[in-house]
Design a protein around this ligand. Sequence first.
Ligand SMILES: C[S@@+](CC[C@H](N)C(=O)[O-])C[C@H]1O[C@@H](n2cnc3c(N)ncnc32)[C@H](O)[C@@H]1O
Length: 406
Amino acid sequence: FWLRTPLQVKYENQRKILQTLTSHLEELGIDVQKPGGLCCPLRPVVPSPVVNGYRNKSTFSVNQGPDGNPKTVGLYVGTGRGQNIVCVKADHMENIPAKHKHVAQCYEEFIRRSPLDPCILFHKGGHWRELVVRTTSHGHTMAIVTFHPQELGQEALATQKALLKEFFTCGPGAVCALTSLYFQESTMTRCSHEQSPFQLLHGEPHIFEEVLGLKFRISPDAFFQVNTGGAEVLYQAVRELSQAGGDTILLDICCGTGTIGLSLAHQVSKIIGIEAVEKATEDASWNAAFNGISNCEFHTGKAEAVLPQLLSSWEDARPLVAVVNPSRAGLHYRVVRAIRNCKSIRRLLYISCKPEGEAMRNFLELCCPPDPGKKLAGEPFVPTLAVPFDMFPHTVHCELVLLFIR
Ligand SMILES: C[S@@+](CC[C@H](N)C(=O)[O-])C[C@H]1O[C@@H](n2cnc3c(N)ncnc32)[C@H](O)[C@@H]1O
């Protein structure tokens, strides 16, 4: 009887994803090289330097616990469709650090003391909603509490904010030693800062993290890889795979706080970052300045709006390398088309946390034959190497880097 290690299981999953890509490419009539039956070599899964308690961000829900208490702070088990959702405490989770569990425990104590109800189903009323905890290796802790205002007026809201602040600064929650306490009024599942601002109730507006010797400022709504040690390993590999030299311009598409581009800035001519979340690009610009990096520019906006314009009149003769790292929704077709139609881009790194999802559509759009009907004129890309990273130990997921060249 042979038990496979978690990394072997993950490797098998990634191989299946590459097999699917290979089959789709063949269906498109593309003659793919097949070392080991795949369209490109698949390297072994790169391990995470930290396996337990690696998460720097955890999201805790509020719902009914196994004992029926509706003010339970934890993680969902069950499904909405099965109508059997229960909220269980996160104590058993190996990937969540003790600090996050402690803040969740304190928040639970706070809402159990509060006369206000939890908001479980929007139409049934209630107020207290999810808690996000972010920590950094500097020992910083940011807590973000989401609250449904329902019919409460400004005065009643101010009272609740004051009580929450008091609990975490001078009450039982003070043991959490929060660096920042944010409050967001939210009438939806998720709200951006623009839709409903993150209100700082206490402490510093940002937390700070170090990655590959650079210091990064992180706003409450800015993305940051959840496994900082894993991110360092990933970014080092991106450095090598990009083969970016002193005259290269690097496009960092979906750049978040600028981590990828800034960690490569010293070895290239220029970094151009594009990111939809305004606070994240503000962080990126601050991060560049703080770390003394001046060969970069960051554009706020959706990549599908910014990139086509940027590349349509591209005349710079310097080599252009693209790194794309979109969220699960993948890249908009206009982004792929702009990349394909820009002849200067010969090398592209696609980093995906869900390569079997929407990213698969992007891979095919990058590699399919030119299609005048879809205004895809440029030469197709060819998948050349796949490297999975164990960014999320204790889960089935990997971060996959696919290198495309043409
Ligand atoms: C997986 S994160 C990667 C961030 C960054 N590369 C990093 O390693 O920290 C994806 C980022 O894409 C941004 N994003 C999502 N949709 C976008 C779009 N249409 N255009 C530009 N950025 C987008 C998100 O806000 C998020 O910061």
